[in-house]
Design a protein. Structure first.
Length: 755
C-alpha cells in the first residue's frame, strides 16, 4: 500500500489531490446525464396517437410541478428569512441561510431534470417495445439513468462547490471560532435542511397526486366499470400517468438527493469532529473529510460503466430483466468494495482495514435490505403468491395478509441494520472513541449509498415502463407491445420495492449520524455562542475544549431516567404515526373527489363507453393537483414545528428523545408500509398475468381493492417517513444555538425552577 499512501500525501491548492475527484466526478455524471437525455430525445416517438397521449402527460406533469414549486419556493423563502433572523441574533452562522438555499435549489433541480426526461422516455419506450424487449429496456434504462446520474451529480456538486466556497472564499472574520473546518462542516450539514424541505414537500405532494389518481382510476374504471387498466375511456387515466412522473420520478429524485447529501455531509462533520477531538492536524482533518466524498465520487463514475450491463434477449421475460439489473448492481458494488481499501490507505486513515470493513458492511446491509424487500414483494416468491391466493376468498383476506406480509418483512432489515451499526461502530474504535465509532457508521452509510447512481436509475426505470404500458394501451398498440411493457413494468415494481427498502435503510443510518451531529453542534454552540468555559460532569469540572460526546450525554442527562427523554421518545413515535395518518388521509380525501368525478363523467358524458365521446382528462388532473397542493403543507409544517417545540421546552435531552423515537418507529413503519403496498400491487399483477382466473374475476377485483389500499402506503406515507425523520434531525441541528442558549433543561425547566 506504499504507492497509495504516497499518492494520498500529494496536495493541490491545500487539499488532498484525491479530493479533486469529487467535483470532477460530479461534472462527469452531469455531462453523461445530459448526453443520455439528448440520446433519449433522438429516439422515435411512434404514432400520432402515441405522441398526443405523451404530450398530454408531459403537459400535466409540467403544470403540476410549476404549481408545486411555487408553493415550495414560498416555504423555502420563509425558512431563509427565519434563518437570516437567527443569524442576525448570532444563533447560527451568517452563512447558513445561503447553504440552505443552495441545497434547496439543487434538490429541486434533480427531481425536475429526471421528470423532464422520464416524460419523454415513456413514449419512446412504448415505441421501442413494438420492435424488441431489449430495445425497450435500454430506452427505459437510459431515461432512468438521467435521473440517477443527475441526482448524484448535483449532490456531489453541492458538496464540493459549497466546501470550496467556504474554505477559500469566505473571510476568516465571518467564522465564529478558530476551528474553521468544524464550522464549515456544521454549515454544510445545516444546509441539508433546504434539501429536506424540498424533498418532503415533493414526496408528499407527488405521492398524494399519483395515488389519488391511481385509486380513482382503479376503483371506478377496473372494479366498477370493468374496463382494462389504462383504458382511454377512463377519465383519470392521464392523471394516473402524470402522477407516476411527479411522484415516482420527481418526488423520488428529491427524496434520494436529500438522503445522499445528508449522509455524505453528516459523515464529513463527524470526521472533522473526531479528528479535532484527538488533536489531529489540519491535514488529517482534510483526509477524513475526503474519504466519504471520494468513495461516493468513485461509486458514481463506476455506476456509469455498469449501466451498460443491463441487457436482455428479446425472448426473455421478467426474470431475465431483473437478473440483468442485478448483474449491473453486483458490478457496481464490487467496484466500490475494491477501491475502498486502497483509498483508506491513500488517505492514511487510522484503522484503514477497519474502515474498509465498514464500507463492506454498508454495501452488505444495503444488498440484504434490498433482497429482503424483493423477496416479500415479488410475485416470484411465496409471500406475494400466497397473497394473490388469498384474493380467492375476498377483499378482507387480501388486506389482512398484505398487512401481515409487510410486518414480517420488517424483521430481517431491522436485525441487519442493528448488526451493521454495531459492527461498523466498534470496528472504527467506538469503544474508546465515540466520534470515531460514529464516523465508521457514517462510512458504512456512504458505502451503502455509493452505488446510488445505479440503484436510482433502476428505480426511475419503473415509472417510465409503467407509463409506456399506459401509452401503449391508450394509443391502441398491438397486444405484444403491452406484453413487453408489462414485463418491464413488473420488473420495475420489484426494483422500486427494492429501492424503497434501500432508501429506508440508508435513511436510518443517516438519521443516526444527524443525531450525533446535533450533539456535536450543541458542543460547538456552548463554546462559541454561550461562552461556556467548563462543564460539570459527575462532580468533575471539565474544560469545554476537552469535553467528549459522552460527556455531553452525561451533562444533559440523556438517559431513560430523564423525563425529557421519555417525553421525546413518545412524541417522536406519535409524530411518525400522526404524519402517516395525515398523508394517508390526504390521499383518501383527494381520491374520494377523483372517484366522484370519474363516476360523474361516466354517467354524464354520453358516448364515453362506446368511444364516441372523449372524457374530460384535464378535470381529473386539476383535482389531483389542487388536492396535492392543499394537503402537502400541514405534514411539512409538522416536521419543523415538533422539533422546535421539543427543543425549546425540553432542551437537548428532549430533542435526542424525539429523534430516537422517530427513528426507531419510523424505520419499521416505513418498511412495513412500502413492502405491504408493493406486495399488494404485485399480487394484483400476478393475477392479471393469468393466475386465479386472471383479469375480471372475483380474485382480481379483490386484489385491485388491496392494491388501492396499498397505494398510499408504498408511494406516499412510507417513502415520506424517510424524509420526516431526517428533516426533524436537521431542524434540531439548525436550532442547536437557540436550544443551547436555553440551558440544560430548556425553557420548561427554567420556568419550573424559577417557580
Amino acid at each position: 500500500m506504499g504507492l497509495w499512501q504516497s499518492l494520498g500525501s500529494y496536495t493541490v491548492a491545500g487539499l488532498p489531490a484525491i479530493w479533486w475527484l469529487v467535483p470532477a466526478s460530479s461534472l462527469i455524471a452531469l455531462f453523461y446525464s445530459f448526453l443520455l437525455h439528448h440520446k433519449v430525445k433522438q429516439y422515435e416517438e411512434g404514432t400520432p396517437e402515441m405522441v398526443s397521449v405523451a404530450r398530454a402527460i408531459r403537459g400535466g406533469a409540467v403544470a403540476y410541478l410549476v404549481r408545486q414549486y411555487r408553493v415550495i419556493a414560498l416555504v423555502v423563502f420563509a425558512v431563509f428569512l427565519l434563518f437570516v433572523v437567527l443569524a442576525w441574533r448570532g444563533l447560527i452562522s451568517v452563512l447558513t441561510p445561503f447553504s440552505v438555499l443552495l441545497g434547496a435549489l439543487l434538490c429541486a433541480a434533480g427531481g425536475i431534470i429526471g421528470m423532464g426526461t422520464a416524460t419523454r422516455a415513456s413514449v419512446r419506450t412504448a415505441h421501442a417495445a413494438r420492435g424488441s424487449l431489449n430495445r425497450a429496456l435500454r430506452v427505459a434504462m437510459e431515461g432512468g439513468a438521467v435521473t440517477g446520474l443527475a441526482v448524484v451529480g448535483l449532490a456531489l456538486l453541492n458538496a464540493s462547490l459549497a466546501f470550496l466556497a467556504l474554505y477559500y472564499l469566505v473571510p476568516p472574520h465571518l467564522y465564529r471560532g478558530d476551528q474553521r473546518l468544524v464550522e464549515i462542516a456544521n454549515i454544510l450539514v445545516s444546509g441539508v435542511s433546504g434539501a429536506s424541505i424540498v424533498a418532503l414537500a415533493a414526496r408528499v405532494g407527488g405521492g398524494i397526486f399519483t395515488k389519488a389518481a391511481d385509486v380513482g382510476a382503479d376503483l371506478v374504471g377496473k372494479v366498477e366499470a370493468g374496463i382494462p387498466e389504462d383504458d382511454p375511456r377512463n377519465p383519470a387515466v392521464i392523471a394516473d400517468s402524470v402522477g407516476d412522473n411527479v411522484g415516482d420520478v420527481a418526488g423520488m429524485g428529491s427524496d434520494l438527493y436529500e438522503s445522499y447529501i445528508g449522509s455524505l455531509l453528516a459523515t464529513v462533520a463527524l470526521g472533522v469532529s473526531a479528528t479535532v477531538a484527538r488533536g489531529a492536524s489540519l491535514t488529517a482533518q482534510l483526509q477524513y473529510v475526503t474519504m466519504p466524498l471520494v468513495l461516493a465520487a468513485f461509486g458514481t463514475v463506476w455506476s456509469i460503466a455498469c449501466l451498460g450491463l443491463v441487457r436482455v434477449r428479446d425472448d426473455d421475460g421478467i426474470e431475465q430483466v431483473i437478473q440483468a439489473m442485478d448483474r449491473g448492481l453486483a458490478c457496481a458494488t464490487a467496484g466500490v468494495a475494491a477501491i475502498a481499501l486502497p483509498l483508506a490507505f491513500a488517505l492514511q486513515l487510522e484503522r484503514p482495514w477497519q474502515m474498509w470493513c465498514a464500507v463492506l458492511i454498508g454495501l452488505a446491509v444495503g444488498a440484504i435490505i434490498g433482497k429482503t424487500s424483493g423477496y416479500y414483494t415479488s410475485a416470484a416468491y411465496h409471500p406475494t403468491r400466497n397473497l394473490a391466493e388469498q384474493a380467492l376468498s375476498g377483499t378482507a383476506p387480501v388486506i389482512i395478509e398484505g398487512m401481515g406480509v409487510g410486518m414480517r418483512s420488517v424483521a430481517v432489515p431491522v436485525v441487519v441494520v442493528c448488526i451493521g451499526i454495531a459492527a461498523s461502530y466498534y470496528l472504527a474504535g467506538g469503544a474508546g472513541d465515540m466520534l470515531g465509532g460514529l464516523y465508521g457508521v457514517g462510512v458504512a452509510a456512504v458505502g451503502m449509498l455509493s452505488t446510488l447512481g445505479f440503484t436510482m436509475s433502476t428505480d426511475a426505470f419503473g415509472p417510465i415502463a409503467d407509463n409506456a404500458g399506459g401509452i401503449a394501451e391508450m394509443a391502441g398498440l398491438a397486444p405484444h407491445v403491452r406484453h413487453r411493457t408489462d414485463a418491464l413494468d413488473a420488473a420495475g415494481n420489484t426494483t422500486a420495492a427494492t429501492g424503497k427498502g434501500f432508501a429506508i435503510g440508508s435513511a436510518a443510518l443517516t438519521a443516526l449520524l444527524l443525531l450525533a451531529a446535533f450533539l456535536d453542534q450543541i458542543h460547538f454552540e456552548l463554546v462559541h455562542l454561550c461562552g461556556v468555559q467548563a462543564v460539570s460532569v459527575l462532580g468533575r469540572l471539565i474544560p469545554i475544549h476537552e469535553v467528549r460526546l459522552i460527556d455531553l450525554v452525561t451533562y444533559y442527562d440523556i438517559s431513560l431516567f430523564n423525563p425529557a427523554v421519555i417525553v421525546g421518545l413518545f412524541v417522536g413515535n406519535a409524530a411518525v404515526f400522526y404524519f402517516s395518518a395525515m398523508t394517508i388521509s390526504a390521499v383518501g380525501r383527494t381520491a374520494s373527489q377523483m372517484v366522484q368525478e370519474v363516476r360523474r363523467q361516466f354517467r354524464g358524458i354520453a358516448g364515453i363507453m362506446d368511444r364516441t365521446a372523449q372524457p374530460d382528462y384535464a378535470r381529473c388532473v386539476d383535482i389531483a393537483t389542487l388536492g396535492a397542493q392543499k394537503e402537502m403543507v400541514k405534514p411539512a409544517l409538522l416536521a419543523v414545528v415538533v422539533p422546535l417545540v421539543m427543543g425549546v421546552l425540553f432542551g437537548p435531552a428532549g430533542i435526542v428523545g424525539l429523534l430516537a423515537g422517530s427513528l426507531a418507529s419510523g424505520f419499521a413503519l416505513a418498511l412495513m408500509m412500502a413492502n405491504s403496498g408493493a406486495a399488494w400491487d404485485n399480487a394484483k399483477k400476478h393475477i392479471e398475468a393469468g393466475a386465479h382466473e386472471g383479469k375480471g374475476g372475483d380474485a382480481h377485483r379483490a386484489a385491485v381493492v388491496g392494491d388501492t389500499v396499498g397505494d398510499p402506503f408504498k408511494d406516499t406515507s412510507g417513502p415520506s417517513i424517510n424524509t420526516l425523520i431526517k428533516l426533524m434531525a436537521v431542524v434540531g441541528i439548525v436550532l442547536a444555538g437557540l436550544i443551547a442558549s436555553l440551558g440544560q433543561a430548556g425553557l420548561l425547566g427554567q420556568l419550573i425552577n424559577g417557580w
